[in-house]
Write a protein that binds this ligand. Structure first.
Ligand code: KIV
Length: 294
């Protein structure tokens, strides 16, 4: 049962996300990296906030997610978690924060929950080592989201941000790995940039929720990077992104009108300006004129 919050929307929990799949209700996930955006999402019809390591590209201007550190992710996770009363916050574990050892993975995941205020973490891949890591995290009570298909932290190995699992054996591998991730205890799997047939079969093969990005309509939910849907990202727009606003244009227009107002002294107007009381003004000019005569 969901607890109602001030905005009338229910609190979303891991069990309530799992229930959505059994009821055939789609799951909506968006990224957020800052307090104000997270506040808006918490008051909207979204189900999960992901503090994606896409923050490397969209917030920090890195070329990809590889340079993102635990400290950077923690910083943005804290800002998001401070704003949120209703939604689960999941943080992407940065590159090399979970690949070195299971113990280190546990320590770092723990930081996102204990210090960051996230309720779970996302990790990429499903190698035997990763499966063992996931089991350790889940055993410690940490909800884990998996990530298959195009795994951006392997961008150099993959040779770019290309669609994955186009060929039959690679496609079967995604379905098989989805089942392995489920057995390891993940509550959900992001399926990124794979053919829709593959995502459909992976979704049918597991009881946990699949959340697609560039993986067609048959996943249990969809995720996009918030800057992409708002039209507030770079010139490159992945083909699977749909823009719902052109915030870049909105910002440019607002900044241009502000600049015009400053230059024409239309801003600040009377209503943006503080004045002294008549009594204080009189006294002020009196003291000032005495000062000037000295
Ligand atoms: O880093 C990210 O934002 C992600 C999503 C796009 C799934 O991993």
């Amino acid at each position: 049962m969901s607890t109602q919050t001030g905005n009338g929307l229910g609190r979303v929990t891991i069990p309530s996300i799992l229930k959505k799949k059994s009821r055939g209700e789609k799951i909506v996930m968006l990224t957020a990296y800052d307090y104000q955006t997270a506040r808006i999402l918490d008051d909207s019809a979204v189900d999960i906030i992901l503090v994606g390591d896409s923050l490397g590209n969209v917030i920090m201007g890195y070329e990809n997610t590889i340079p993102v550190t635990v400290e950077e992710s923690l910083h943005y996770t804290k800002a998001v978690a401070r704003a949120v009363k209703r939604l689960p916050v999941i943080t992407d574990m940065p590159f090399l924060s979970y690949q070195v050892s299971h113990d280190e993975a546990l320590q770092n995941a723990g930081k996102f929950l204990k210090e960051g205020g996230a309720i779970g973490v996302k990790v990429e891949g499903a190698s035997p080592f990763r499966i063992e890591t996931i089991k350790r995290l889940v055993d410690a009570g940490i909800p884990v989201m998996g990530h298959l298909g195009l795994t951006p932290q392997s961008v150099y190995k993959l040779g770019g941000f290309r669609t994955q699992a186009r060929k039959p054996f690679a496609a079967v591998d995604v379905v098989r790995k989805s089942v392995e991730l489920e057995a390891a205890g993940v509550f959900s799997i992001v399926l990124e940039n794979i053919p829709s047939e593959v995502a459909k079969e992976a979704t049918a093969a597991v009881e946990i929720a699949t959340i697609g990005i560039g993986a067609g309509p048959d996943c249990d939910g969809q995720v996009l990077v918030i800057n992409d849907i708002l039209g507030f990202s770079g010139d490159f727009i992945p083909p699977f992104v749909k823009r719902y606003a052109e915030m870049g244009e909105v910002i440019k227009d607002a900044v241009s009108r502000f600049s015009d107002d400053v230059r024409s002294v239309a801003f600040p107007a009377e209503e943006h300006t503080t004045k002294m009381s008549d009594e204080n003004r009189e006294k002020f000019y009196e003291i000032l004129s005495k000062e000037k005569k000295r």
